[in-house]
Design a protein around this ligand. Structure first.
Ligand SMILES: Cc1cc2nc3c(=O)[nH]c(=O)nc-3n(C[C@H](O)[C@H](O)[C@H](O)COP(=O)(O)O)c2cc1C
Length: 204
């Protein structure tokens, strides 16, 4: 029963080689993201996850902000060339999905349940990761290439600029950005360490 699901999980990959085209209509992309946001779990079902889809000129605007922030103070050299190349590829993609956690929602549950105050930040991070992976996997199933970027999380100034540019609530905490588009090439090869060292089955 789970074989198809597991094959799909394995198919989800980081793909930096994306084009400015999408063979998937905008309405379908929006429906996918809505379904993922609706059905992804959150602690005590607080539904703190938020997502914003930007395409075309708005996507270019997003990556211009990220580029200005990320390249600031980065000296000429191999690393800068690599970062510049990546930023150009993301900017030239079809779109990006921005992930957030609404801090107002997380704060409200923290006040309501102070005994879990220490855990809520971790659970919030867990929740957004779950949402990100289901969106990423769904985009893969549609044949799109995508990757997960944390540019929006690097600098408070950049996050503030992103929120302002897209008129988003200031309580939204940026957790990741997922550039996507039709793939220009398959993902790079992936290597794996021994699974026996990572999973234990303790039979009773
Ligand atoms: C929590 C998390 C943070 C990540 N952050 C970045 C990132 O900032 N930039 C990036 O290019 N990839 C990022 N990645 C992608 C990983 O590098 C990638 O998932 C990993 O190398 C495995 O490759 P795969 O996605 O093809 O399975 C992140 C992945 C995870 C799970």
């Amino acid at each position: 029963m789970s074989d198809t699901y597991l094959t799909t999980i394995a198919a989800r990959r980081t793909n930096y080689a994306i084009t400015n085209k999408s063979s998937v209509p905008d309405e379908k992309i929006e429906a996918i993201v809505k379904a993922c946001v609706l059905h992804s779990p959150s602690s005590f079902n607080i539904q703190s996850g938020r997502a914003v889809i930007v395409t075309g000129a708005e996507n270019a605007k997003l990556w211009k902000l990220c580029s200005e922030s990320m390249l600031k103070g980065l000296e000429e050299g191999e690393r800068r060339t690599m970062v510049e190349g990546r930023l150009k590829a993301f900017s030239g993609g079809y779109g990006s999905i921005l992930f957030f956690e609404d801090q107002a929602v997380v704060d409200a549950i923290t006040v309501k349940m102070p005994m879990f105050a220490k855990q809520f930040p971790t659970w919030s991070t867990n929740s957004t990761g779950m949402l990100q992976v289901v969106v990423w996997t769904a985009l893969t199933l549609e044949g799109l290439g995508a990757s997960l970027q944390h540019n929006g999380a690097y600098s408070d100034e950049l996050v503030a600029d992103i929120l302002k540019t897209f008129s988003l609530p200031t309580t939204w905490t940026s957790t990741a950005i997922m550039p996507f588009g039709d793939p220009a090439a398959p993902p790079a090869e992936k290597t794996f360490g021994p699974i026996e060292e990572r999973v234990k089955f303790i039979k009773g």
